[in-house]
Unconditional design. Sequence first.
Length: 742
Amino acid sequence: MHTPQTLKETQFVIAAGQTRLRLEHGDSGTMLTHLTDAEGREYLRRPNVLWKIEMIDRQLKQAELDMRSSPPEVRRGNDQVRLTWRNVRIGKTNEQVTVKATIQLKEESGEIAWQLTVEDIADDWSVFRVHFPRMDLAVERGVETDAVIVPNDRGIIYRNPLESMPTGGIHEKIRRRPYPHGGWTMQFLAVQRGDQILYIGAHDTVGHLKTFFIGPDAENEAVYVHPYLDTEIHYGLDWAQPFQWITRLQRGDWYDAAQIYRKFALTASWTSRGPLVKGRKTPLWYQQIGLVTLRLMRGPGFEDEDVLAEHAFMGTPMVCHYYMWHQTAFDANYPFFFPAVPGFRKTVEKLEANDIHVMPYINMFSLDMHMDTWEQGLKGSAAKINPAGDLDLHVWSQNRTFATACQATAMARQLTTMTAMRLFDQGVSAVYFDEIAMSATWPCHDATHKHPAGGGATYVTSMNETLRIVREEATESNGQPVLTTEGCAETYIAHLDAMLAGNGNRPNALPLFEVVYHDHVMAFGRYTWTPELMDPKFAGAIESKHAQQFIWGTQFGWLDVPLSRVIQKSPATATFIRHLAHMWKHNYDFLAQGRMLRPLDLSGQLEPITRRWAMAWTDETGTDVPLMPVLNSVWQRIDGAIGVVLVNITAEPISLNIQLPSIQAQYAEAMKQGIPFVADDATLSKFYPLPQRTPAEMRMMAGDDLVKTIAEGDSERGFAVTIQPMSAMVLAMGSEKFYGTH
Ligand SMILES: [Zn+2]
């Protein structure tokens, strides 16, 4: 039998798969000094201490643990290394704790799992904040093949990150990247170095609050990755990290990083209802609608007859995201919305009767401090308190400052459920909750609230419980309610049907969220601005933004300028949106229900074009965005069928050869040539799970009718297709499961 060794070492190496770690204990503490792959490539720019732990006492005095006094005991087992620091002092006090780090080696996947505990804590002290693991990663200045891939909104790739990744500025607090929040929607990131990626993720199935404190350090040519957890405050109790941090080095790119995370994400609490196609959440009527329009205010362009005219032009059912249904001003009196404007119930009845599903706006996240009732019940019983004992404030649209609702309070829950239920009682199909999956979730330290002070999982589980109650009660009264929110923080997927993704219009956006979650939750919306309709330099902006949403399986039509004005001012633009809406209706099996596979690389056949997009409310100048003239995405249905979606965003027809190389063909080719076929994850992700030479059905629109024909060619040698100007096409292929190849 293997006997674990226990040694007091000052330098030691830990290896798993391709990864080797080296740690050294010196005057500054225990440092992570090297992180290298199989070829010896170094991923760290400089050593940094492995952990930093902040403690708090009952008088709210904070102090850091001092790890310098003695090196850790190192205990090596077969598949893990345990480091134990004994007699670690709390700051300059005489109190001491024990800290243990477990570094688990998963040989098969090459993953390393990192976990920490703090034990033997005196009665007056609690763990407050844990920074672990900490890495200063090497990236080269001016190199476009180095990149940082982050789940900001749906996903962003920062190529040449030292120059492109934002830091500091007015959003510095947000740039600490709290999770869950629209700026950090999933718990991972990847750093690309050439054809290698370093994946770093928290595989936390519950959604404990954490901050991905990550950014560029241009001076030192490093990207610092210093994530930390705000813990629940429990005096005198041991603390154990309730999940593992995972690091993994492999060949690959953003898509492979998303696949590593997806494997974990399918075990998380928020995917427990299973994919949409199972029918345990989002009603089918909602999945079949591609068009979610925005009715932003009252007045010309937004009246009932305008919304009805939009519907008459589009000729499909639609969802209308309906603002200003209440008598109070926007962003005033929150969280109180009623009474509704006179006649609202009648309006809802009229629109719903015409297949326009009304989705009113509410905001139960922000609390208005400038109303009479603020002092009388909300302030003490529904608002969050920060660690300093002050109100947790946030600035929201129109630059107003709000208090933040603590979703773990009974008051916040009752206000939210009551407001949502009163709206469903008005006859609406859906309710939209602003900010929930968008705004930063900071810990609440109000000791009078009936939840543990600090971070932990309280916030996420409380919010989910509120949403669960709304869904359950609305299902009783309405049958098939739809609940949506702003932002796409993953933790609320189990209780929400659609998330407003694409709040930012970024040229470097990636469908990272779609690769991980598209078959589990729907997304809608993206800002499209009035100048894009009126100013010729933005020609094609609305069309290309919509085409990209469509390609990524995101509901579209959510324009700042009312659709009724687009129909009048630019009928061709409106006709294109109409075309996409009808294509969605006939292809929701892929566009709403499909799992996103790797998009096709058409760069051998097409040159990018540019479209100028307005990026924000006040952007009159715009940014040139490079786009392929034909956008594409590839989907897999739950029965295994594959769909390729293509949209031509130019005024010319474009002919292409669409190939989906199968693993079998590559394997057969390798056998024939007598060369080994390396079936690692990065290789497999380049191919498609199809039998060789699969035929395809070609789906196109002729007017309002879907026309299906057999495509010329096969999946291996390619389909010869011509995509008409400003048109979409779907190639649908039989399933691997159907053909029984696996
Ligand atoms: Zn609270």
